[in-house]
Design a protein around this ligand. Structure first.
Ligand code: AMP
Length: 287
């Protein structure tokens, strides 16, 4: 049976969201959750469409999670477009948009966090100290509130997908995590809410990320497996672009996210690059 009601709605209250999810579960409906920070684009919508094909109820959360930002400017500059987001989410197959307030999610005195060592400390975790503590805590809270059977995450944020899977496994959470492929602009740039902050010149410069990944993949396909050589190729391709500044470039094992000396099938090339002030990430697996 699809859906407890045909009314699509935006829910702000945590109590109302829990009650809605509990009612749906009591009716035997399967719940899919797509956590987002809003400013929805085709990347998010592809997750929502996939969730809609696999569940009775699709909840899309829209919450700019303050505790995962280490840069107050990045947080304040994050686009907030709830009305347009809700419309786009409903059109893509969402039944509910859950948009809680920051003060409700983190009331005064809040002090419970989900921390992970290992893979969450590498890549983005090395340059953004408490980022994954914030991500895992909010994802844990969203799971507690929305009680999803399935939750959908993009491969664009490969490290996020890895650490969420590890958390669910290690903390015995009753939810199946689905990874969904990265959706790209025509020129290959991975879609991101942050792309809107690029100037025209920066938008052109941002192509260096996919160019670097393409060049390194071509080298790998030609037989090169040394991570040092492949990393150098990635770095050279980025550094040719004057507006780009490397945050990190790594070739890692997809589970531990530890650097590997030799690239094997399934390993991940992961990049974080500043284009002007905007930090972009991208990744690709060796096939
Ligand atoms: P965000 O709103 O940036 O936190 O992203 C919410 C979810 O959408 C995360 O699971 C992201 O990995 C996913 N996502 C963001 N951009 C893309 C993209 N270009 N392709 C696929 N998934 C994406």
């Amino acid at each position: 049976m699809k859906n407890t009601s045909d009314d699509k709605k935006i829910i702000h209250s945590i109590a109302e969201m829990r009650a809605y999810a509990a009612d749906a579960a009591a009716l035997g409906e399967q719940i899919g959750l797509v956590p987002t920070m809003g400013a929805l684009h085709e990347g998010h919508l592809s997750l929502i469409r996939t969730a809609a094909t696999e569940n009775d109820i699709v909840i899309v959360s829209v919450f700019v999670n303050p505790i995962q930002f280490d840069d107050p400017y990045d947080l304040s500059a994050y686009p907030k477009t709830l009305k347009a987001d809700a419309e786009a989410a409903f059109n893509a197959g969402a039944d509910v948009v859950f948009a809680p307030g920051a003060d409700d999610m983190y009331p005064k005195g809040f002090s419970s966090y989900i921390d992970m060592t290992g893979p969450s400390e590498r890549l983005c975790g090395a340059s953004r100290a408490s980022h994954f503590r914030g991500v895992l805590t909010v994802v844990g809270k969203l799971f507690g509130i929305c009680m999803p059977d399935m939750a959908y995450f993009g491969e664009k944020d490969a490290q996020q997908l890895t650490v969420v899977r590890k958390m669910v496994n290690e903390l015995n959470m009753n939810v199946t995590i689905r990874g969904c492929p990265t959706v790209r602009e025509e020129d290959g740039l991975a879609m991101s809410s942050r792309n809107a902050r690029l100037s025209e010149d920066e938008r052109v410069a941002a192509r260096c990320l996919i160019r670097a990944l393409d060049e390194a993949r071509a080298l790998y396909e030609a037989g090169e497996t040394s991570a040092e050589v492949l990393s150098k190729a990635l770095r050279n391709a980025i550094e040719k672009e004057p507006l780009a500044r490397v945050d990190y470039i790594d070739i890692v094992d997809p589970l531990s996210l530890e650097a590997v000396p030799e690239a094997r099938r399934g390993d991940l090339m992961a990049l974080a690059v500043y284009i002007g002030e905007v930090r972009l990430i991208d990744n690709r697996r060796f096939e």
